[in-house]
Design a protein around this ligand. Structure first.
Ligand code: C5P
Length: 258
């Protein structure tokens, strides 16, 4: 005889907990190594050893230390995001993308504002590679608000400009984008689940905004649909970078679990 519905034990589905989700959070946090030398980068990476796995090399460190800093990080088993935001004619950007991919990076950026031909050339430069890095188009810098955009000749609101650039990028075959936390939900709707959305402008509750204008907490950015979070100064300028990173990872893990 079948057991009546009301007598069946109510097994609540096991909810993932925050500690369960820490490894996933670790895979989705990228630390921006915005430091002036290879020695400073080495020091920071050593302090974050075992806590963080992704590191972003941007213009400051690359200009100071060159490709060797990227190759060293990759050779030590770290995942490297090379954030040089290429913006030039299609042929030049395609060549730069090819050169950068040879350094063993896992992600790299070009500026979406370079236009459809430049984006298509950047994407095509990775065709045929066995394990190509994720190409990301930077939409609107997180340091820009509507007033800054207007000075640069753009009359649209930041959110509208981001949507315009992302739609253009998608048409050029780009599937990864950098955007602020404030546009990530709209971009997720545009790209669907396959879109790789990398989000800087992250500040834990109470942290100093610095020059960033379009901001959110780690939890809010993940809940809005971010694939990866980029965090610089809240970790790198903390008295203990590892403790600051752990706190952010915990917040991320709780957001992922919920
Ligand atoms: O220190 P902070 O957390 O503000 O660092 C953010 C990092 O993300 C910086 O390295 C910056 O270059 C980068 N970035 C950004 N806005 C973008 C793209 C990249 O802030 N749109």
């Amino acid at each position: 005889m079948p057991i009546p519905e009301r007598l069946k034990p109510a097994f609540a589905p096991a909810r993932p907990t925050e500690p369960d989700r820490l490894p996933e959070a670790r895979k989705r946090l990228i630390v921006a190594l915005d430091v002036p030398s290879a020695a400073a980068a080495d020091d920071l990476v050593a302090r974050l050893q075992g806590t963080c796995q992704w590191f972003k090399v941007g213009l400051e460190l690359f200009a100071a230390a060159g490709p060797v800093v990227v190759e060293t990080l990759a050779a030590r088993g770290h995942s490297v995001f090379l954030d040089l935001k290429f913006h030039d004619i299609p042929n030049t950007v395609a060549g730069a993308v090819r050169s950068a991919s040879a350094l063993g990076v896992r992600m790299m950026t070009v500026h979406a504002a370079g236009g459809p031909a430049m984006l298509a050339a950047a994407r095509a430069a990775l065709d045929g590679l066995a394990d190509p890095p994720q190409l990301l188009a930077v939409t609107v810098l997180t340091s820009m608000d509507a007033a800054e955009l207007q000075f640069a000749g753009v009359d649209r609101a930041p959110a509208d400009q981001v949507a315009l650039l992302a739609t253009m990028g998608l048409a050029a075959g780009i599937r990864g984008f950098v955007c602020s936390p404030q546009e990530v939900a709209a971009l997720r709707a545009l790209t669907g689940p396959e879109g790789v959305l990398v989000v800087p402008g992250i500040r834990p509750e109470g942290a100093d905004a610095g020059d960033q204008k379009r901001l959110a907490t780690p939890a809010a950015a993940l809940q809005a649909g971010a694939s990866f979070l980029v965090v610089g100064r809240p970790i790198t300028q903390a008295p203990s970078p590892a403790s600051a990173a752990e706190a952010i990872l915990k917040e991320m893990a709780a957001a992922i679990a919920s």
